[in-house]
Design a protein. Structure first.
Length: 92
């Protein structure tokens, strides 16, 4: 039985929110809780809806992958920026 698009979107949003909540505790030096949840939810929706649009059979798997990937990338860039500012302040 095939799930409706609304059900898939609900689960994509839920997956993104859980990833953002867990990711907040993994990346302590990254974003705060609310931006972490929002970014991972957007990534999960992008991954999952692109899978639906391309007719792949695993939209929730790609939603999971998209949420983790976008959260990881944003946290890596934020951490790199903080380290650079700390080094510049110490050398001044």
């Amino acid at each position: 039985m095939e799930a409706s698009l609304g059900t898939k979107i609900f689960w994509m949003i839920s997956i993104g929110m859980v990833i953002g909540y867990i990711g907040f505790f993994i990346y302590r030096k990254g974003m705060n809780l609310i931006p972490s949840i929002i970014i991972s939810t957007v990534g999960a929706l992008a991954g999952g809806l692109s899978a639906v649009w391309l007719s792949f059979n695993v939209p929730l798997g790609l939603a999971w992958l998209g949420g983790i990937a976008i959260l990881f990338i944003t946290n890596v860039f934020l951490q790199g920026g903080e380290e650079k500012h700390v080094e510049e302040a110490a050398s001044s």
